[in-house]
Design a protein around this ligand. Sequence first.
Ligand code: F6R
Length: 618
Amino acid sequence: MCGIVGYVGRSEAAPILLDGLRRLEYRGYDSAGVAIVNGTCIETRKCAGRIADLARLMTRHPPVGHYGISHTRWATHGKVTDENAHPHFDASGRIALVHNGVIENYSALREQLEREGGHTFNSDTDTEVLAHLIGSIYQQLNGADSKARLVNATRAALKQVIGTYGIALVHSEIKDFIVGARRGSPLVLGVGRDENFLASDVSAIVAHTRDAVYLNDFDIVAVSRDSFDISSLAGEAGNYQISKVEFGAEDVSKGDFPHYMLKEIFEQPNSVRDAMRGRLDYDECTAKLGGLNMAPADLRDVNRIILTGCGTALHAALVGEYLIEQLANVPVEVEYASEFRHRNTPMSGDTLVFAISQSGETADTLGALRESRRKGFRTLGICNNVASTIARESDGGVYMHAGPEIGVAATKSFTSQVTILALIGLLLGRIRHLSTSQGSRVIEALEALPEQIEQVLKLSDHVRAIAKKYASADGMLFFGRQFNFPVALEGALKLKEITYLFAEGHPSAELKHGIIALVRPDLPSVFIAPDDAVFSKNLNNIEQVKARKGPIIALTSGNGSAHLKNIASDVIEIPCVSDVVAPVLTAIPLQLLAYHLAVELGRDVDKPRNLAKSVTVE
Ligand code: F6R
């Protein structure tokens, strides 16, 4: 989704803003722009297209100045055009504004301004309306202190806004000064020495400072070179703390990998290890999850669990349903976050809700979390982004500690989420019926994972060869059973996202209930069929595809290979693993398949079309 970077300091703003925008590219965008204050004039460069296009524009006509704001836009209101790219100006042309989010009542505000007169709009965006509104109020306010006037005008305008926003604005006649505010869209203040930053995501500024203030909803921040002041929309002094960002600029670089996605796939031995670090209790054969903020007695009282999230996080939740029901015998339901928040899911007092989100900012998941808490249910988060809104608004939770995930297609976050759900299943199980020997077997299976992931990653070249072989296919079908059914969904999602090919995931047995009509000699079917309790059932379905001349890519383990080598067109053999943690291993070859196929097809792997990393609109 849209990204914001603001800078005020002694250095030239242009390279800092441009570098910050490049680091936000992964969020997904279709146009970009900067506004830098040079003396009493605002220099703006903006265009539809890539940051590289903006950089070319800025090289031809370099904007000069020591403070400014910048933006990557992901269109919501108005087409992808140069005019609609941010920044936008007020009627006086002295205030420039960038905005993330959606101003739902922008038409009414626009009409109100048009009635007032003197407002001509140059774009179709809701953002321009907000710039005009702030400018109009600024003109009407009195007071010699122009900084306070700009903050007050922003506050008064935002009070009229229905919707979500993260904003940053500058006034051409207010030197070294930026105003920021947030509601529903993340905004972080980077505190430097003789310089300060604003960004929608710390990765944009971590090369300059690791001291960050994560703003809360309804905060307004006035940022100067050597100070900042945070107040609320109501005008009260804001509560804040300066946190140390856990990762550095090197963690948000590609290193020696051609793409972030591949780097993140190869990070999984470590990210899965980090998801378990310090959380395994060998004496009691259980998991230690202090962040849940729940005593054993509270956990024993839980008689129903709802797991909610979107996209890949939802697929991890589906694995969690199998895991928790198997290990803890507690009924689990998985809800699309976007549906859950709008429907009357029956819930009783002992229902525990988990909102799962890598970014911790997904609007639909945040909406589900808020709805669940509003109804009085204990709602926990499973997030990667430590300071995210979901992490902060939940009653407790478990951090993934996976490190920044920059590739738009989620990879390591899936395996970390599944690992954490296994820990939750283990903890709840051990409080209930799971014996010490069963608990200890789960711990052994979890501990073996990083090493086994290393082995799976060695298959990358083999998977690349398979991807090349099927590069002319116009889609793929994915099948799996039980724990691996959600992996089939995830494999299909990965393929769709980064290759733009048609793909569907199904439980293997559903094949004969309709999907088999799609089977044909040029449409490969990927079967996730490890050597487990349902292998022979999977084998039946594989034979059904084979009988109809459908090419089969089989992902298997143990004795499965011997059965499949004469049936499947291609076999990918992974280590033998316990059923409950199998999805951590089986997902990885499918991530590699999608990746290599996307590279083969010349797709923009890390920035697939139309997608955004952190989906902060509904
Ligand atoms: C898939 C993908 C998306 C996200 C979804 C939720 O590769 O990246 O489907 O999984 O948008 O994102 P988070 O986990 O940040 O809430």
